[in-house]
Design a protein around this ligand. Structure first.
Ligand code: ADP
Ligand code: MG
Length: 688
């Protein structure tokens, strides 16, 4: 039988049942999988230092044969594994303090690559931070691995060397089997290498930069496949989403505009324009409005709600907590007063009779604007004519909960709000089938938030500052890092903190909220803080994201190093909501964290911070499991490949635009790739 890309690996020479099993652990089942199992890094032998030429205190990479090994104790009782390497230039000792067990791995005769600093200890020595066995004693590798050595992800029972040998052995046989789905014109347009050339460069790059070119092509394909899936999903959603075609009557919306107590920001105007376009189009709106806390998303949503209302539809906004729903209720009541419209509230804590009455009015259709919590999605709730569903802090609801609200209407438009900005690249990947609007601009007239990084030495001064602010009638948050609310020790620290502060600030009222409190108890304290009955609120991260206490001007964050940047930003968003100048003080004695915390003090742009956060946490965590129905990205890097993503997205949209089901013969290869790689692609392209 002739070898094909989908042949099981066991048909490859050199792969027995045991190896096949090990390969499977790496996700390699077919010959094609092996071809796409690309190196995760490369060793550039052009940067290898000859052993005789290493200099003290330098970080070096060296390659040499092991000529002797041994374990020696030091005077302090530490056992040190040592190996002497030889290359054409001479000899050099390597030392691994505290790692005598390496004796079992590093043997005389092996070709070893080491990287690490050079130090002086009875002579020059490398203390490797890393080593790789390039060849065993018996291997006749001087079948030279080339100047650039690919290093493959390996697994137990299968070393990267064995994988490399396997790949090199079969590469020439496998490459001709690769069929490039992109025609030459397409490749030229996007400056892409031919597929088999790209794979060859990844496995056998003459220079490290060549491997990068190969990677770029694979990354494009990966992003393109993903964007095809999303473009297809958007296409289907739109087709099946004939929605309400609202008419811009300029009645209620214009009245609101004329009576607003403030000027809309440019970003708000632009968002309202986009939403109006969506709502007046024949297709259903499915839009995500993304903006930091305080950027004024509610009023944007209100315009959309009024557009529905002036078309004789109802509109509902659902918030994840009672407090937020109350806050929306208050905001909308205030803004709608000149229009003589009163929003209807539906909250869990209302009495049964109140709820029943509200439900009855909603079912009757008289309230045009409805504000509520999960109470809105109970079975007993029905709308006469729900035309728009707005979901605030959308990520705090499950998919079914969001759907439950939407299903209260007959194909209503959907507007999702989120205060968690994410970089655009990530938004395109995660929410590719939503339209996204960003609001970056903050309304003017807000006091600025000054952020400062301080050590514990400044504590007394900070307390004095809090005292001054509170004496002037302002309020303060003190945030304690209880990362895991089930951690007793952490909670105790927060509680102790609150007790201490109550003594320090005896003339003020100090409150405490944390995740282990009953919801009602927490709400009571939060309300007291909102109503200025509590001056200083000690809190864990449970305090509401959207809570709007304009009078709170100070936030002190203890152990700031224990928070992620995005989380710090969320916390900081709770001050600076009024006109007075606000302060966010990060308290941290960690010198390691100083740099990132300092960077945080220098920007208030949530999108920038999201990028820093993404950079900090690395891509894997964010791109992996979180793609619904997708596959994790292996080659693309969302931090650096944004231009590539943009062109992949545009190309995919164009292709789906002309051939929505990829039925044309020249698109068969794309369809095939997607159906086999994407679970969701299978549904989208096979069925229907
Ligand atoms: P978020 O985006 O966090 O949901 P909100 O919609 O709650 O923000 O708005 C925060 C506060 O800012 C509200 O009190 C709102 O009335 C006010 N606000 C909204 N837009 C503007 C604006 N353009 N100018 C001044 N204040 C505004
Ligand atoms: Mg909000």
């Amino acid at each position: 039988m002739r070898l094909q890309l989908n042949s099981p690996v066991k048909f490859l020479k050199g792969v027995g049942p045991k190896r096949a099993e090990a390969l499977q652990r790496l996700g390699i089942r077919t010959a094609g999988d092996l071809l796409y199992h690309t190196p995760h890094r490369y060793l550039d032998a052009t940067t290898v230092t000859p052993l005789a030429r290493v200099a003290i205190n330098q970080d070096v990479t060296c390659v040499g044969r092991v000529v002797s090994t041994g374990v020696l104790p030091t005077r302090r009782g530490l056992r040190v594994f040592r190996a002497v390497l030889r290359d054409a230039s001479g000899l050099l000792e390597c030392a691994w303090p505290g790692r005598p067990f390496l004796e079992r791995q590093i043997k005389k005769g092996q070709l070893l690559l080491v990287t690490g600093p050079v130090r002086y200890y009875h002579g020059k020595q490398i203390v490797p931070s890393e080593f790789i066995v390039l060849a065993e004693a018996g291997d006749d590798t001087d079948g030279d691995p080339g100047l650039v050595l690919p290093i493959y992800p390996a697994t137990e029972g299968l070393t990267h060397r064995q994988i490399r040998a396997l790949v090199q052995q079969h590469l020439d046989e496998l490459l001709p089997l690769v069929v490039d789905p992109h025609p030459a014109g397409f490749r030229e347009g996007h400056q892409l290498l031919e597929l088999h050339r790209a794979l060859e460069l990844m496995h056998r790059p003459p220079k490290v930069a060549d491997a990068q070119l190969g990677r770029r092509r694979l990354a494009f394909d990966e992003l393109f496949d993903q964007q095809l899936v999303q473009a297809r999903a958007r296409h289907l959603a739109k087709r099946s989403r004939v929605g309400i075609r609202f008419e811009l009557k300029r009645e209620l919306t214009t009245q609101l505009k004329e009576n607003l107590p403030f000027e809309l920001t440019n970003d708000q105007r632009e968002a309202i324009r986009e939403i109006t376009d969506d709502m007046t189009a024949p297709l259903r709106m499915h839009r995500l409005l993304m903006g930091d806390v305080g950027t004024g998303k509610t009023v944007v949503a209100l315009f959309a709600m009024l557009l529905a209302a002036e078309n004789d539809y109802q509109a509902a906004i659902m918030a994840p907590t009672e407090l937020l729903a109350e806050q929306h209720g208050a905001t909308l009541t205030r803004l709608l007063e000149p229009l003589a419209i009163r929003p209807e509230m539906l909250l869990g804590r209302m009495t049964a009779a109140e709820k029943a009455a509200a439900r009855q009015r909603i079912a009757g259709g008289s309230p045009r604007i409805v504000v509520g919590t999960h109470a809105l999605i109970q079975e007993s709730v029905s709308f006469r004519r729900l035309g728009l569903a707005v979901i605030d802090e959308q990520h705090r609801f499950g998919v079914e909960q969001r759907a439950a609200l939407v299903e209260k209407g007959d194909a209503p438009d959907v507007l999702l709000l989120t205060a968690t900005p994410i970089p655009r690249s990530l938004a395109l990947t995660l929410y590719g089938d939503l339209d996204v609007t960003q609001i970056r601009e903050r309304p003017p007239g807000r006091g600025t938030v000054k952020t400062a990084l301080r050590t514990d030495a400044a504590r007394a001064k900070i307390y004095e500052f809090i005292r001054t602010e509170c004496a002037a009638g302002r309020q303060a948050y003190v945030i304690y890092p209880v990362i895991d609310e089930s951690e007793r020790a952490d909670l105790k620290a927060a509680t102790t903190m609150a007790e201490k502060l109550a003594k320090t600030f005896a003339e003020f009222r100090v409150g405490l909220v944390h995740g282990r409190m009953k919801a009602e108890e927490r709400d009571t304290t939060m309300r007291a803080f909102r109503d200025n009955q509590v001056n200083i609120l000690v809190a864990t991260t449970v305090i509401e994201v959207g809570i709007d206490v304009a009078n709170a001007t100070v936030m002190l964050i203890e152990h700031a190093e224990r928070f992620g940047l995005a989380q710090l930003h969320q916390l900081r968003g709770r001050v600076g909501r009024g006109a007075a100048a606000s302060h966010c003080i990060l308290l941290s004695d960690s010198s390691e964290a100083a740099m990132r915390l300092q960077a945080f003090t220098e920007t208030t742009d949530g999108f920038k911070i999201a990028e820093l956060d993404l950079h900090e946490r690395g891509m894997g965590e964010l791109t992996g499991a979180r793609q619904s129905g997708g596959v994790p990205l292996r080659y693309a890097n969302l931090e650096t490949d944004l231009p590539l993503l943009d062109s992949a997205r545009a190309a995919a949209a164009a292709m789906i635009g002309t051939d929505p089901a990829l039925e044309k013969r020249e698109h068969a290869a794309y369809r095939e790739r997607i159906v086999t790689r994407y679970e969701r692609g299978f549904e989208l392209f096979r069925v229907g």
